[in-house]
Design a protein around this ligand. Structure first.
Ligand SMILES: N[C@@H](CCC(=O)N[C@@H](CS)C(=O)NCC(=O)O)C(=O)O
Length: 211
């Protein structure tokens, strides 16, 4: 395959760490640009030209800007992952891998954001709603139960082989652990997370992050 030029815009302790892990698993050589969110780097005009949402991760591949971590995982998976057996070839196993990445991006993230907005330091206290926070917390428990059932008797999500879907979803779940959601009932999820986190790529990316 022709070598492509890839520039990766990232920031510490952000959603970009999901992409960081995917890049590490694939062993890709990228040019890394580390932005400082607090200093306003993600809202500077030169970055907004690449990602008008003003968020990381963003990737520029041969001059084409890409945003949304899930889209980036799908793209990197299909382009570099199949030969490395980290992403299924086109077909139903690929569809299952996409299913879990998108479930994380849409279903789990929606509840996690709602919980964060109604409890965290990002929203003024008078705009927070305790009932909405409680409902979101329960939704997260329901999502974890779904994942726990899906992992019954299995080591990994798709065809029982580790793929970038495991990397992506587990990486996303580290944020739920960080936000102190209760994982104690979900033994299959916890055993799967342990397997994902034992991989050299995960250890390398998270070294020093305390996760
Ligand atoms: N849906 C996006 C979410 C990206 C996102 O929320 N990034 C946050 C960090 S976790 C960000 O860059 N925030 C910077 C800002 O709001 O200025 C994705 O999955 O890529």
């Amino acid at each position: 395959m022709r070598a492509m030029s890839i520039t990766f815009y990232t920031a510490p302790m952000s959603t970009a760490s999901v992409t960081e892990l995917v890049i590490e698993e694939l062993g890709l050589h990228v040019e890394r640009v580390v932005l400082d969110i607090k200093a306003g780097d993600t809202k500077k005009p030169e970055f907004l030209k690449l990602n008008p949402n003003g968020k990381v991760p963003a990737l520029v591949v041969d001059g084409t800007p890409l945003f949304e971590s899930s889209a980036i995982t799908l793209y990197l998976g299909e382009t570099y992952g199949v030969a490395k057996t980290l992403w299924p070839a086109p077909g139903l196993h690929r569809a299952e891998a996409m299913k879990w990445v998108m479930w994380g991006a849409v279903t789990v993230t929606q509840s996690a954001y709602r919980y964060g907005q109604n409890t965290g330091p990002w929203t003024p206290a008078d705009q927070q709603n305790a009932k909405a926070a409680e409902a979101a917390k329960q939704e997260i428990q329901d999502h974890l139960a779904i994942l726990n059932n899906a992992l019954a008797g299995k080591n990994y999500l798709v065809a029982n082989e580790y793929t970038l879907a495991d990397a992506h979803l587990n990486s996303l779940l580290t944020w739920l652990r960080f936000m102190k959601h209760d994982f104690s009932k979900y033994t299959n999820v916890n055993a799967w997370s342990e397997r994902c986190m034992a991989r050299p790529a995960f250890k390398k990316v998270n070294a020093g992050a305390g996760m």
